[in-house]
Write a protein that binds this ligand. Structure first.
Ligand SMILES: NC(=O)c1ccc[n+]([C@@H]2O[C@H](COP(=O)([O-])OP(=O)(O)OC[C@H]3O[C@@H](n4cnc5c(N)ncnc54)[C@H](O)[C@@H]3O)[C@@H](O)[C@H]2O)c1
Length: 283
């Protein structure tokens, strides 16, 4: 199936990144959020990224304008009626995703593929919220989307192999490398990553070392480009906690139990880069 129009639902850090890359690839994109202020905020992030690319000589002003012309904005899901592919990137909360998928299923034509960028929630369950479970799939982009190559492709039990083929082609057109895995809590990526991040938070909680030392040990010792605490701040501590809860509940294994310090930071609204404070402070 040929995809021409893409609707991205949720204009936060992931949704805006996905919309940017899709528009740069030549797709007609609509970026949605719950109100126009949030949609504009997402668009401004895209504009800043494109301005930076122009100032570095990686893109012309004309190309930038063409990319921006391909992005429409919406505070409702009506554009699903026109979309060939919807990529959902709203908050990591199953009941919010349920509402969104039920509405998308109602509005979108029967050929439309409904993909989710969830970090950990069961795709099989999300598919069951619709009357087209065979057209639902996980398309897990990495943060920051314009930079990171991987798209983890997660097949629900019900996913039609043709749908998998189509979204892999879309990801490749976007310059990404799609890699498939089965639908288990946390998939491949976050089942591994979140255990490491949580362990680093436990170390901070126990006073084993300050945040900078924990991160520098992992950067210099393991050749990681970023330390686990800085990475948690980039992902968003609310998202990290939500993923750990899915892992903990999904496997019933205490190795995934979220550190109380993480819960306290989320309660305090210290969510990382997006709020200006997490394990580090951001201006
Ligand atoms: N942050 C990461 O590193 C990362 C990486 C891969 C995947 N993800 C996943 O991507 C999704 C989004 O994460 P994020 O980091 O962009 O979060 P974010 O908090 O930056 O953005 C979420 C956006 O969703 C919007 N939203 C909430 N309810 C909505 C609704 N009903 N309709 C439309 N928009 C709605 C919010 O207003 C917000 O703008 C989550 O499922 C997350 O697990 C995140």
């Amino acid at each position: 199936m040929e995809v021409k129009k893409i609707l991205v639902v949720g204009a936060g850090q992931m949704g805006s990144g996905i919309a940017q890359v899709a528009a740069q690839t030549g797709y007609d994109v609509t970026l949605n959020d719950i109100n126009m202020e949030l949609v504009e905020k997402g668009l401004n992030v895209i504009k800043k990224n494109l301005d930076r690319a122009v100032s570095k000589g990686k893109m012309t002003e004309d190309d930038k304008n063409k990319v921006l012309e391909r992005i429409k904005l919406a505070d409702n899901l009506e554009p699903a009626k026109e979309a060939d592919l919807v990529i959902e990137a709203v908050v990591e909360n199953l009941s919010v995703k349920e509402q969104v998928f039920r509405k998308l299923d109602e509005l979108a034509p029967s050929h439309t593929i409904l993909a989710t960028n969830t970090s950990s929630l069961p795709i099989t369950k999300i598919a069951s919220f619709t009357k087209r479970p065979e057209k639902v799939i996980g398309m897990h982009f990495m943060n920051p989307v314009p930079v990171m190559k991987l798209v983890e492709i997660i097949n629900a039990l019900q996913t039609d192999p043709e749908v998998t083929k189509t979204v892999k082609e879309v990801a490749e057109k976007m310059g990404k490398v799609p890699i498939e895995c089965k639908d288990v809590p946390g998939f491949v990526s976050n089942r591994v990553l979140m255990v490491m991040i949580n362990e680093a938070i436990w170390e901070l909680y126990e006073g084993v070392a300050p945040a900078e030392n924990i991160d520098n040990i992992m950067k210099l010792g393991m050749n990681h480009p970023m330390g686990p605490l800085a990475l948690a701040d980039l992902i968003g501590l609310d998202t990290v906690l939500a993923i750990l809860n899915v892992l903990y509940e999904g496997y019933g294994d205490p190795k995934y139990r979220p550190c109380p310090l993480l819960k306290a930071y989320v309660d305090a609204g210290w969510l990382g880069r997006k709020t200006g404070k997490g394990f580090y402070e951001y201006k």
